[in-house]
Design a protein around this ligand. Sequence first.
Ligand code: ZN
Length: 333
Amino acid sequence: MSFKLKNSNTSRHLAVFLAIAVILSLLGAIALAIATSGCTVTKSVPAPAMTREPSPGATSTSPQSHTTNTSPSQTTTPRKTSGISTSTLPSLDISKKTRKTTPTTTIKITKPKTTESKQTNPLTTARPVSLSAPGAVAITFDDGPGKYTGQLLDALQEYGIKVTFFVQGQFVESRPDLIQRMHAEGHQIGNHTYSHKFLSQVSSDVRRSQLMSTSDAIERVTGSRPTIMRPPGGYGSEAVYVEAGEQGMATIFWDIDPADWKKSNKNVNYVCNYLLNHTQKGKIILLHDIHETTVEGFIRALPQLIEHGFTFVTVDELVQLEPGDVYPARWRR
Ligand SMILES: [Zn+2]
């Protein structure tokens, strides 16, 4: 009895062992089959690609190859609309969607942001800007329109020269005829605040209204809002660039400054000689048309500059900018 029992116990154990062995070997075989035959499938399953996307440190090569490949099986699977929708969705939509999720673009954008400052606004992110007219010069006149602006416009018309005027809102309202003429004769009109406020030194409300009221005044006269502004005194700041960007404008400084507003420089010969000696291709020159000496000095230099081969463009012809841009970029602070 006891022997038989023992015997049956061991046979039961054996059966259990055998069963386990069979199950284990089966599992092993299945695993092997998946590892070998399913290789391409598991590789194309974009689950790892999804986890890689948000991490900016990830190597750009592998996710790039995933997304640039427009094969529907790869591109649609991450969106979980795969299988059924692949055939129904237009191929263009798919590529657009995947392009949006491409990590390469996000990497490029996030890098400068983190190195610059935490407060940067997407509108003012520095980006490389190339000159559209590197051989030309952009002459700019600030603070007007003033008493001598009409005389200046006559000379510009005579020589067929286009310049840029950064005007004050208060004078747009008091001399709308000159603004109308600038616009009609192809000059560019920029915003120089309503009453020459140093924008980095005033409250955000004043900053906003100084720019807004000037753009409003320009629009009332010309029918279009300015796309550029120049901060009075060159007083820029990140808050200024952001505000300008939010109002659809790039911030423009200058390259060449004769300081024509200084008492010691209010001299026709000085302005004329300065322009003849310092004008350079691809640069922005700062002048003020509210000073008679500047207007006369410029008019005297103009035919000689033309003789020397200089050509003149407006700021938007010199360089293509977007709202929030700062140009020249070295002025950013
Ligand atoms: Zn000014």
